[in-house]
Design a protein around this ligand. Structure first.
Ligand code: ZN
Length: 450
């Protein structure tokens, strides 16, 4: 429809008003959106990934098999220069684990060891618990922590604030003499759902075992303590590290027809925690960014510049994939026009976060207007991602991330992170939004920001 109108009245329209560069993209944008929304291809592919390979922690055979699958599927899609770029990754193994209240009466706790934690001895660690609501409360009475299992009962406000307790809580408690650390899971109250995630030991504190318990169990420990009861908790964990192994970032491209050395990078991370199926975090992000490139290929839309999809490895417990990308491409970053990462869930998209200079932002805002039809045309601040971060920072490359409305943190790093939580049409909308944004940036006459 748009094309035929243009043919009928093109001459006088061009004479009356100069054609805005964006107008050339209304028709391909409509085709990309139409193709994305015409099927459940992206959701089906995510279901295949998560059903077949399940969760995919770095160093696991699941992740290795998923990497081989992604390489084969990208080739089948007709992407170019498909390859697995080797990355050495750490191997953390959870092993068997359990936690329970042993006094005043025996009650099992729903728990997940934190990634990177040491284990306990075979007999476990059993000690009185001390529940605190903040680092300040811990540090105000350090003598109370000695010999105890410190429990951080910090309700979820936002990820950035609450995750500090997961990252450094064990060492903060160990410095005051605690023998283990339990954490109220970083996430809103779910259905007694534990959330794992990475923790890091400080160099100047003993390494004590660290695990997440559910919000409900943390509240219960708090209430028992508030009633003046002496509560004893037992924790058993076999967690340990094994030697690093080789993993890989999966890369596929649509080579630019005019400026192949100018590159727009899109992607997510293929690894996940070792619970659930890594559907939302971040199988979905991998599939929708890959799908954006597949849609271009399928519709015969080859942009001026190269679009490169990268499925990074080891985001969750090491960030080695992102750093390996920087190491490999550090001499080519001047040609990187934009890096986009989808790692905030593939729920209903509302637009993008963008980090970059004003001229680039205003172009991105204009391109986003092409997405008003699917209500994904808002552009906010703070776009980026932890995998694209190292290269983008080193090369001062503008970054973007799709923004979506959904219950990302409810299922984040939990056994509930499965494909059932994701709506097929939301995935299609994500793929459509990314495809339009990336196609136009890769194809427009002027380089983004110039
Ligand atoms: Zn993630």
């Amino acid at each position: 429809m748009v094309v035929s109108l243009g043919l009928v009245c093109g001459t006088w329209a061009a004479a009356q008003a100069p054609v805005d560069w964006l107008d050339a993209y209304r028709e391909p944008a409509a085709r990309l959106v139409g193709e994305a929304l015409s099927s459940h291809f992206a959701w089906d592919r995510l279901a295949e990934l998560t059903d077949t390979y399940g969760h995919r922690l770095s160093g696991s055979t699941n992740l290795d098999a998923a990497i081989r699958w992604a390489v084969a599927e990208m080739k089948r899609d007709g992407l170019e220069n498909v390859r697995a770029e080797p990355v050495m990754v750490p191997v953390w193994v959870r092993g068997e684990e359990s936690a329970a209240i042993t006094a005043p009466s025996y009650q099992p706790l729903v728990m997940l060891g934190l990634g990177g934690s040491v284990g306990t001895t075979a007999d476990g660690v059993e000690a009185e618990s001390w529940v605190v609501k903040s680092f300040e409360e811990l540090d105000a009475s350090p003598e109370r922590a000695k010999g105890k299992i410190v429990v951080f009962n910090v309700p979820f406000t936002n990820y950035g604030d609450t995750v500090q307790y997961r990252a450094s809580g064990a060492s903060r408690a160990a410095k005051q003499g605690a023998v283990a650390m339990l954490l109220r899971s970083v996430g809103p109250r779910g259905l007694r759902t534990p959330h794992t995630g990475v923790m890091i030991y400080a160099d100047d504190a003993p390494k004590i075992p660290a695990a997440a318990i559910t919000a409900e169990d943390a509240s219960r420990l708090q209430r028992l303590q508030d009633r003046g009861l002496r509560v004893v908790v037992k924790l058993k964990m076999q967690a340990h590290f094994e030697p690093d192994v080789q993993s890989a970032n999966v890369v596929g491209e649509l080579v630019g027809r005019e400026k192949p050395d100018e590159v727009v990078v899109v992607g997510g991370h293929l690894d996940s925690w070792d619970v659930g199926a890594g559907a939302s975090d971040d199988g979905g992000g991998c599939i929708v960014t890959w799908e954006a490139v597949r849609l271009m290929k399928k519709l015969g839309l080859r942009p001026r510049r190269t679009v490169r999809v990268v499925l990074f490895t080891n985001e969750e417990n090491g960030g080695r994939g992102g750093r390996a990308y920087l190491a490999k491409y550090k001499d080519q970053l001047a040609g990187h026009v934009l890096m986009l990462e989808s790692d905030l869930g593939v729920f209903r998209p509302t637009g993008f976060g963008f980090t970059g200079q004003d001229p680039a932002r205003s172009a991105v805002q204009q391109i986003a207007s092409l997405l008003a039809g699917i209500d994904a045309d808002r552009v906010g601040t703070g776009g980026g991602g932890s995998d694209i971060g190292p290269a983008a920072e080193a090369g001062k490359v503008p970054t973007m991330s799709p923004v979506a409305e959904g219950e990302y943190f409810l299922i984040h790093h939990t056994p509930a992170d499965t494909v059932e939580r994701i709506d097929p049409m939301d995935m299609a909308r994500n793929a459509a939004a990314i495809a339009v944004m990336v196609y136009v940036i890769a194809d427009m006459p002027q380089r983004l920001g110039l």
